[in-house]
Design a protein around this ligand. Structure first.
Ligand SMILES: Cc1cc2nc3c(=O)[nH]c(=O)nc-3n(C[C@H](O)[C@H](O)[C@H](O)COP(=O)(O)O)c2cc1C
Length: 217
């Protein structure tokens, strides 16, 4: 009879740890391996007024002590959803190499999306690259369009910007930043080659105190 072989992964968490401590650790590993942009891509799921769920990738622009910041436009479906249901769900997925072994990692976050103040948005806009200013300036995210018409609008906008002084470029009114403030953060970890059985650690906020438990994977 063959001997049964199995290994169970363990996510190490210090007593008293806060959920974003572990996030920073995993995110830094991912950044080292893939660079900031790829490590920062997260999935965000929203719910519409009629209960339809949709999700898409966005870039986490900043991790603050409050939560996970991203930006988008007020034309978008996600923005419209958040107006009625600020409750959103985020998901990160990374495969990182630690001591030559691949670790599969997922972080699921449930929280509330809070719009950032206009002064913050304006200050951030001033730091944007020209490419990002073009992208937000000429495009109405989600609008159906004939591609040639869009190209024409794009080229005209690029010309308009290249004629303008950089500090005279107005921020499009549609730009919006949100921070997702978490109340539930769940980590999943496992190893590949040889594959292990995963471990999950769930952080929950209860009476303003974070506590965590392991969950069977
Ligand atoms: C890697 C990647 C990063 C993206 N980052 C953003 C982002 O930061 N903000 C954004 O509004 N859309 C971003 N998008 C586009 C969205 O996935 C989506 O197509 C768009 O926001 C429209 O979504 P909605 O109509 O559901 O609101 C990104 C797409 C990809 C593939």
């Amino acid at each position: 009879m063959a001997a049964a072989v199995s290994t169970l992964y363990k996510i190490e968490v210090q007593d008293g740890a806060r959920p974003l401590d572990l996030f920073r650790e995993w995110f830094n590993d991912a950044k080292e391996e893939f660079g900031e942009f790829h490590a920062s891509v997260m999935n965000i799921a929203t719910v519409s007024k009629d209960g339809t769920v949709s999700n898409r990738s966005v870039v986490m622009k900043k991790l603050t002590d409050d939560g996970f910041m991203f930006n988008t436009t007020r034309n978008s479906r996600k923005h419209e959803d958040i107006q009625t249901h600020p409750q959103v769900s985020l998901c990160f997925f990374w495969v990182t190499t630690i001591n030559g072994q691949k670790h599969t990692k997922q972080v699921r976050i449930e929280g509330v999306a809070k719009e950032m103040p206009m002064e913050f948005t304006r200050a951030s806009f001033r730091t944007w690259s020209m490419r990002t200013k073009v992208r937000y300036g000429f495009s109405k995210q989600g609008n159906e369009i004939d591609w040639d018409e869009l190209k024409k609008r794009h080229d005209e906008y690029v010309k308009h910007l290249s004629d303008a002084k950089e500090d005279s470029i107005d921020m499009p009114a549609e730009v919006v930043y949100y921070t997702v403030i978490p109340h539930r953060v769940e980590y999943y970890g496992s190893k590949m080659d040889p594959i292990t059985i995963g471990d999950r650690v769930l952080f929950r906020l209860s009476d303003n105190v974070w506590n965590f438990v392991h969950i069977e994977a």
